[in-house]
Design a protein around this ligand. Structure first.
Ligand SMILES: CC[C@@H](C(=O)O)C(=O)SCCNC(=O)CCNC(=O)[C@H](O)C(C)(C)COP(=O)(O)OP(=O)(O)OC[C@H]1O[C@@H](n2cnc3c(N)ncnc32)[C@H](O)[C@@H]1OP(=O)(O)O
Ligand SMILES: [Co+2]
Length: 135
């Protein structure tokens, strides 16, 4: 079972400009910036109540964000849900016919294990599962 909405991932061209804009929009500065080399992205995180906004800029030509922004405008790129047991949720979704984008969970940003569901199998929305890796 999915728990709360963990974050909304927003694809942006200019991370510095988007960070300034969201700092003003949300009325608070980000709590974290992180480079995730395995995904070819720079991220900036804001807390919003019990959820988060994740700004993402691509850092390599083959990054999912770089490719996405070569075809689509800036905006919501993915919706991420917290799960307690990511392997159990991946097995449940596979059995239900969803297409997962990795066989195993992988390290994401902000101390999470993550896995993505292909948007073509989720009504056009790229869905991310996130399990907290603890302290
Ligand atoms: C920082 C780490 C992590 C975290 O901890 O939070 C992140 O959030 S990393 C975020 C970036 N990483 C990813 O998105 C990884 C998962 N994504 C992928 O593997 C790929 O992006 C993809 C979803 C498999 C698409 O890749 P590809 O097939 O190479 O791209 P195409 O451009 O050919 O797209 C095919 C098809 O899918 C549609 N699409 C692509 N991205 C999205 C999207 N974000 N939301 C909705 N739909 C999407 C795209 O429009 C194409 O559709 P058609 O044109 O109709 O064929
Ligand atoms: Co994300």
């Amino acid at each position: 079972m999915f728990a709360n909405l963990e974050h909304l991932g927003l694809a942006v061209h200019d991370l510095e400009a988007a960070t300034a804009l969201y700092t003003t929009l949300l009325g608070q500065p980000p709590y974290k910036q992180e480079h995730v080399a395995s995904e070819g992205v720079d991220t900036v995180f804001f807390r919003v109540g019990g959820s988060k906004i994740e700004l993402l800029a691509g850092t390599t030509p083959d990054s999912a964000i770089t490719k996405y922004l070569s075809k689509k405008p800036e905006g919501i790129h993915h919706v991420a849900f917290a799960v307690a047991d990511i392997r159990a949720e991946m097995a449940r979704l596979r059995a239900a016919g969803f297409v997962l984008l990795s066989e195993e969970p992988k390290p994401g940003a902000d101390n999470k294990l993550v896995c993505f569901v292909h948007p073509k199998s989720a009504a056009g929305v790229l869905v991310e599962l996130c399990q907290d890796m603890g302290a």
